[in-house]
Design a protein around this ligand. Structure first.
Ligand code: ATP
Length: 806
């Protein structure tokens, strides 16, 4: 829906939503625009000029994307200029300019933010918050209260767009860069971009700081020389205070239980500290070191216990379903309680995001009376992040393992190493080799952090790893783990999880526990089907949270006495228009459009392939996100189609007279591209023969040159995706028939699963042919009937004369 609003062109400033800032307006046209806005509903479009210097900008001089703002205050200053306080509201696209005599009026449409469901929003927000904190620590220009604001937004994990907009508003970036961020509709890409920019800035600031420290050190040295001169003694700092501090540290060191090695080391460090000038940078480094060592839990433990029945109850109380993982976890815990030392393998929970890996870890901690800490390894590329920097580096710190242990406060916590499949390696060393040492029970009783340079005993820690996909876990690490797979949930399971856990939890979080709220089954089903697309329940929980928040607002406005019945029809009122449609099947059979199912590390997805044929010269084009991955399969597919040309009623040289275009529309990027081979062939054959593809059939399988259908992975996830999408018949490779058992029973019952060996069979089941028998007979005919020479077959001959299309 477009609207018309006055425009205020800005010089060198970009306003983001939620940003409040004063503007000084001097240009006559701009003042007129403001007056017009004040006369209407105080809204004005704020969009930057491409060049700040332009005095009389024309439509082409102004960016097409800006922000609608509300004028909160307006003052006329004595010199004729106007000061306005504006508040950014929403990104908008300028569709057209109407230049009237006095000012610009623009036609705008709001820009909808897009959140890629395949990405882990919470982790990205956390990462950006951390980077921002590191940046603020180096950059004193940014008010510290921004940190708490940013932390609050991140903690709620609901509004990634706001997080990005709040941070970008604080940065001094080039206009073009800011505009680019404003224009990007993909919220998570905006966050990633900001994260990169901040990291670059941090690098620069660190170099500057190093230089400053060096200069400061030199100054301190000359200062020390100055104080050391007896004549100047009386001007020095308070020596008593320093002595008290040293005494205090000495006391702490002697009282704290820690290894002998640590004791000795700290005594030596303390001796060094005594010799130093209290205000020197060196003294600060030594003090920091001593603080770190003292604050670690050397001897603090929580009393472990394990009552299997109780642990079972805790796991049941916190999670619905997940029978197999729960059973395996209990077996694991039982073994651990029988052996005195934890020398067994490490548990590794593998599954898509939001299936409860972290929360299972938390339950294990509760069940065994251990503290719980979580460390995300996503994006860790540097060995030093795990193991710390040597103290010779400026600003050195212990690595993340030691930092986390300090947070845990005991030396026997459950330590969840999240996303071990997302670590990467670069020139700074391989973090996975450091991690190997951490996890290896033979080595980890003497774990040596570079910063501490002391052995620390990690053998009492219970490590649990999580990953989205097995394939990406470094081999040596995988060897040491006991993998527990947690597949995605069916819609039925999601419904139950919502009813039993997510809705009560969100009602509590949003303070509407004691309000009459009921969620109809249909309402939850609609949220699952049309507002989320995921294997886990993370977005589902967020959407339910949004509904609860909106109810909370109504309660605040109108009192608690109302009853709220959330039914399927009312969902758009709470959550806006449905977000996902095309993950379900088409309503009618269509030529050239085939449903595939594919595996991604976030669970199964529907993957549609479209083919269309146009007169041409034999070009074969594949486009869409999957384009590159599919090139090789595409060649095999084409060879098969050409070898079957006669049987399909096509001229043998059909491929020279047409161009074929196959497209895989947007969607999550599957990891197993080739399994879309048979989907592509079906689309091509349908487009060439003009026989529609059955809309309620989906398929997966790789194809060879001769049309054999090869097995694929991830059948379970694919089955779930097909079921979610409303598929009635699922075609799978015969070699995968043994895996059908993995698909939940309810899903198996709801559809027919056909295992095939050859592409010919796929076509028989997938194409909407009235008489499949005739079609099969046709496919089984020898390739070239002996009495027909190639010359007799002409392009455009009647297609499959003996079978009818319905
Ligand atoms: N089976 C279940 N029963 C009850 N609640 C569940 C279940 N599975 C997931 N949840 C809830 O879903 C939310 C997301 O789960 P969690 O954060 O543990 O997912 P995860 O698998 O660890 O994801 P990630 O890998 O992205 O960290 C949590 O609030 C969790 O309590």
């Amino acid at each position: 829906m477009s609207r018309r609003i006055p425009l205020l062109p800005l010089r060198d400033i970009i306003v983001f939503p939620n940003m409040v800032l004063p503007l000084f307006v001097g240009r006559e046209r701009s003042i007129k625009a403001l007056e017009a806005a004040m006369a209407q509903d105080k809204e004005v479009v704020l969009s930057a000029q491409k060049k700040a210097k332009t005095n009389e900008p024309s439509a082409d001089d102004i960016f097409r994307v800006g922000t609608v703002g509300i004028i909160d205050q307006l003052f006329q200053l004595p010199d004729g200029t106007v000061k306005v306080l504006v508040r950014g509201k929403q990104r908008v696209k300028i569709e057209g300019y109407q230049e009237n005599d006095a000012y610009f009026e623009v036609e705008i449409t709001p820009i909808q933010d897009f959140i890629d469901p395949a990405k882990d929003v919470a982790a990205l927000m956390k990462q950006l918050r951390e980077t921002f904190e590191a940046y603020v620590a180096l950059n004193k220009r940014i008010p510290p209260e921004m940190l708490s604001l940013v932390a609050k937004i991140e903690e709620k994990a609901e509004d990634p767009a706001r997080l990005g907009d709040t941070i970008v508003a604080q940065l001094a970036l080039k206009l073009r860069d800011k505009q680019e961020i404003l224009e990007n509709e993909d919220v998570l890409q905006r966050l990633e971009k900001l994260d990169t920019i901040l990291k670059e800035e941090i690098d620069i600031l660190q170099v500057e700081r190093k230089i400053r420290t060096r200069v400061k050190k030199q100054m301190e040295k000359s200062q020390k020389d100055f104080y050391d001169n007896p004549q100047n003694k009386e001007m020095g700092g308070d020596p008593n205070e320093f002595k008290n501090e040293i005494d205090e540290l000495e006391e702490k060191i002697s009282q704290k239980a820690m290894s002998d090695e640590a004791h000795d080391k700290l005594s030596r460090e303390l001796k060094k500290l005594k010799m130093m000038s209290p205000m020197s940078a060196e003294a600060t480094v030594v003090r920091n070191y001593i603080d770190w060592v003292i604050s670690l839990p050397w001897d603090e433990v929580t009393e472990e216990r394990l009552d299997v029945a109780e642990a079972h109850q805790t796991l049941e109380d916190d999670h619905y379903g997940l029978d197999k993982p729960k059973e395996r976890i209990l077996e694991y815990l039982s073994v651990q309680s029988l052996v005195t030392e934890h020398k067994g393998p490490i548990l590794c929970l593998v599954g898509p995001p939001g299936v409860g890996k972290t929360s299972l870890g938390r339950s294990i901690a509760t069940a065994t009376n251990r503290n719980f800490i979580r460390l995300s390894l996503g994006g860790v590329r540097d060995e030093a992040e795990i193991r710390g920097h040597r103290r010779t580096y400026i600003g050195a710190m212990p690595g993340k393992i030691v930092q986390s242990l300090r947070k845990a406060g005991s030396n026997n916590p459950v330590f969840l190493l999240d996303e071990i499949d997302k670590m990467s390696t670069d020139f700074r060393g391989d973090p996975s080799s450091a991690l190997l040492e951490v996890l290896d029970p033979e080595q980890n009783s003497t774990f040596n952090d570079h910063y501490l340079d002391l052995d620390y005993d990690l053998s009492k820690v219970m490590f649990i790893c999580t990953a989205n996909s097995l394939q990406q876990i470094p081999g040596p690490l995988l060897d040491r783990m006991e993998v527990i797979q947690i597949p995605g949930y069916t819609d039925f399971e999601k419904l139950e999880i919502s009813k039993r856990y997510l809705i009560p939890k969100q009602r509590k979080n949003n303070g509407i526990e004691d309000v009459e709220v009921s969620f109809a089954q249909g309402a939850i089903g609609r949220i699952i089907g049309q507002y989320t697309r995921e294997a886990g329940v993370r977005s589902l929980e967020r959407e339910i949270g949004t509904v609860c928040r909106k109810i909370a607002r109504q309660v605040v406005e109108n009192g608690k006495e109302q009853e709220f019945e959330v039914d399927a029809r009312s969902i758009p009122k709470y959550l806006g228009p449905p977000r996902f449609k095309h993950d379900t099947i088409e309503e009618e059979d269509q030529v050239g459009i085939t449903n595939g199912v594919a595996w991604t590390q976030y669970g199964g997805v529907m993957l549609i392939s479209e083919a269309s044929v146009i007169p041409g010269k034999g070009k074969f084009i594949i486009t869409g996100k999957l384009g590159d991955v599919m090139q090789e399969s595409a060649q095999a597919a084409m060879t098969y189609v050409r070898s079957r040309a006669m049987n399909l009623g096509l001229s043998p040289d059909f491929h020279q007279k047409v161009d074929i275009h196959v497209h895989f529309p947007e969607g999550a990027l599957p990891k197993d591209g080739p399994s879309a081979g048979i989907t592509m062939v079906t689309s091509i054959v349908s487009a060439l023969t003009q026989i529609p593809v059955r809309h309620n059939v989906a398929m997966t399988g790789e194809i060879t040159l001769r049309g054999r259908v090869l097995p694929i992975g991830g059948l379970k996830e694919k089955g779930l995706a097909a079921h979610r999408g409303g598929v009635k018949t699922l075609i799978i490779p015969k070699d995968n028939a043994k895996d059908i058992r993995e698909i939940p029973k309810a899903v198996r019952k709801a559809m027919t699963i056909i295992a095939v060996d050859h592409m010919d069979e796929v076509l028989q089941h997938a194409l909407a042919i009235e008489n499949p028998e005739v079609f099969r007979a046709r496919l089984e005919k020898p390739l070239l009937p002996p009495d027909v020479s190639i010359d007799h077959v002409v392009a455009g001959q009647p297609v499959l004369d003996d079978s009818k299309v319905h």
